[in-house]
Design a binder for this molecule. Structure first.
Ligand code: CA
Length: 416
């Protein structure tokens, strides 16, 4: 099950961040030679191991890009997204033309990644988390409800979801404080209180809404690209001992709301055009509003790394519900979309034990520890553990792009 970290395309000098990717983030220049005002947060585009200083490189778009979050760009809509992307592509292509083949272009507009500080990429408006993997829902159903059918009767008729906590979504690299709370073992007489002893992750893909919608109307599933700007990696940290005690009958609450990590880079939907694949065949017909026109599955291959050992490779292509169906369901009652909304897929789990996206699945409910490269074993996370999610997908240029990673290290529980 364990394997060393591998780059998808070792021959790619840009490491999956080439001209056909161009993800957006927010950075401030933190290098020793930084000019006055360089610490002003602004929009950057990642190119190899550099960051394009977009307000400086694209004067035409300066007002939209000299911003502390991506929200202004998100709100601008698909025509502007395409125009800005075309201009970024032109700037980088012309810079690259002056360099030897394969070399990283050298330009004052391209700052070394090591010289910048990455910030939260966008201000999260509302955060919704779905539960779109049939394998994950089946695995958790077996663990949490061993005496009944693993999938509840509604699961194949609608994408199950819940509203999460937008204010505790944090960018990659933010340390995660172990949560505390109530739990109750099945054989205990009463609940007890303390630090979670079953801290877990959930490897997910997040969808970032750019263009909102009017309250009282619904957004068709076929309009995904009119509203969703791009995707990020998401780690939905989860306390598995708090969760079963608090979850019935209204759903996840404090077991999830303490922290959710997202990657610092948002990959535009346009960069994933070559990753679109048909979703798995429906085994139950869905209502008409959930028809997404097909091919809104995404062939994104995730890797889960714990302390330097890859412990799982969840395949997003096998997700039962697509992002287009999630968006349609989210708004079918008239709820509006807002710029900065984040909706996540739910844990990405494949059909085999080495493709599941959480430790509760990897360890089969904590009964079977996994072994890391250094010989250490884990069921759930210990203080000091670092979890890093990475992902690759086919790029429009025929190669492979890499989503920005999402990483976090577990800190001991607070004393109060
Ligand atoms: Ca989740």
């Amino acid at each position: 099950m364990t394997a060393p970290r591998q780059l998808a395309e070792p021959s790619d000098p840009l490491q999956g961040f080439g001209i056909d990717h161009l993800p957006y983030g927010i950075f401030a220049d933190s290098g020793p030679g930084s000019a006055d005002g360089a610490d002003v947060p602004r929009v950057g585009v990642r190119y190899g191991d550099r960051v394009l200083d977009t307000p400086a490189a694209l004067p035409r778009w300066r007002e939209l890009l000299l911003q502390p979050t991506l929200n202004a760009l998100l709100a601008a809509g698909p025509d502007t997204w395409a125009a800005v992307r075309a201009d970024v592509t032109e700037v980088l292509a012309s810079t690259a033309r002056t360099e030897p083949a394969g070399a990283q272009p050298d330009s004052p507009l391209l700052l070394p990644l090591s010289q910048v500080t990455l910030r939260m990429p966008f201000e999260v408006a509302d955060y919704v988390d779905f539960y779109a993997s049939e394998h994950h829902a089946t695995n958790l159903g077996r663990l949490f409800r061993p005496d009944s059918a693993p999938l509840l009767p509604n699961w194949k008729h609608l994408p199950i979801g819940y509203h999460g906590r937008a204010g505790t979504v944090v960018p990659s690299g933010t340390p995660i404080r172990r949560p505390r709370g109530q739990s109750k073992a099945p054989d205990a007489d009463a609940p007890s209180f303390g630090p979670s002893r079953r801290l877990d992750i959930e490897a997910e893909i997040g969808f970032v809404v750019g263009v909102g919608s009017e309250q009282g109307t619904s957004v068709p599933a076929t309009d995904l690209a009119e509203h969703v700007f791009g995707v990020c990696l998401v780690n939905d940290w989860s306390a598995r001992d708090l969760q079963p005690w608090e979850q019935p009958p209204l759903g996840p609450f404090l077991a999830k709301s303490f922290a959710t990590s997202i990657s610092a880079w948002i990959t535009p939907l346009a960069a994933l055009a070559a990753a679109r694949v048909p979703a798995p065949a429906r085994t139950v017909p869905v209502l008409e509003y959930l028809a997404d026109g097909g091919d809104w599955g995404l062939d994104i291959a995730i890797e889960v790394d714990l302390n330097g050992t890859v412990v799982s490779r969840p395949p997003f292509a096998g997700m039962y519900w697509t992002a287009a169906q999630m968006m349609a369901h989210l708004t079918i009652n008239g709820a509006s979309l807002r710029t900065g909304d984040l909706f996540a897929s739910g844990t990405v789990s494949g059909p085999t034990p080495d493709t599941v996206g959480s430790f509760i699945e990897l360890s089969q409910g904590g009964r079977h520890p996994i072994t890391l490269a250094d010989g250490a074993t884990r069921t759930f996370l210990q203080d000091g553990d670092t979890v890093t999610l990475t992902a690759t997908a086919p790029s429009t240029g025929g190669g492979t792009l890499r989503l920005g990673e999402v990483t976090g290290t577990v800190l001991p529980s607070a004393s109060r």
